[in-house]
Every structure is written in structure tokens, then in C-alpha cells.
Design a protein around this ligand. Sequence first.
Ligand code: ZN
Length: 137
Amino acid sequence: MLVSPSAVVSMYPAINRYHDSWSETFVHHAEVWLVDFLTSFKRRPSEIGVSKLCCRGCHVWFTTINDKIVQGGGVSLWTVSGTHGKNYPWAKDSTSRHSEAEQSMLNDVYDQVTKLLDSIHPLKMDSDDESETGEAQ
Ligand SMILES: [Zn+2]
């Protein structure tokens, strides 16, 4: 059973303080930065030449932007060579013109975290007043 992001936060409130002990530097990935930059000049979507496959976060970001273009009747899409599917530190940009894509990336991270948490310790909703020890009384 997958849980919602709010359920994860309520069950694991310390997750909101993750940044207090974070030692990693987050960066805005080049391909995302480039599309944000080109979009600010109203450039048409095109192929983005990067020497490596995109990370999972960038792939989700591009997929969201391209889905929005298609929904709006557009035919030109932002194209990259593909994704290796790995996660890397990924910085959001509050000035991005693609906030919906950044939200999709955030939702994808939440989905991955909830699946991981469920695989380690499935959340069980307890609606009765029985003992939590699992021992018979
Ligand atoms: Zn990336």
C-alpha cells in the first residue's frame, strides 16, 4: 500500500528537518538550467545535446514539460538522449518557469521514499485499542 506524502510526513516528522544535517550540495542540472534559460527567450523546444544520459529527476522534469506541450497542442518537444534512471542531488529553482515540472520531480521523490519506507517497514493503520506489543493479553 502506498501512502501519501502527507501521511509520510505525519508518520516520520523528522523528515521535515532533513536539511539540518544535510552535507550534500544540491545543484541545478545543466540540461534543466539550459531549458529554463532557452524558455526565458521563448525558444521553441528542440533537442538538447548533453554528453550523458539524464538522471531520473531530469527525466521526470522533461517528461512533465513535454506532456504539457502535447496537452497544449504542441508538436515540438524538448528531447534528450535518455535516462539512466539514477537519482542524484537535484536542486529546485524557485525562479524556474516550469514549477509544475519541479513539483512532478518532488512527487516522484516522495513516491520513491514511500515505496522504500513501505518495503522496509510497512505502515499499518491501527484502528483498535489492542496492545501494540503483539502479545496476547
Ligand atoms: Zn539530472
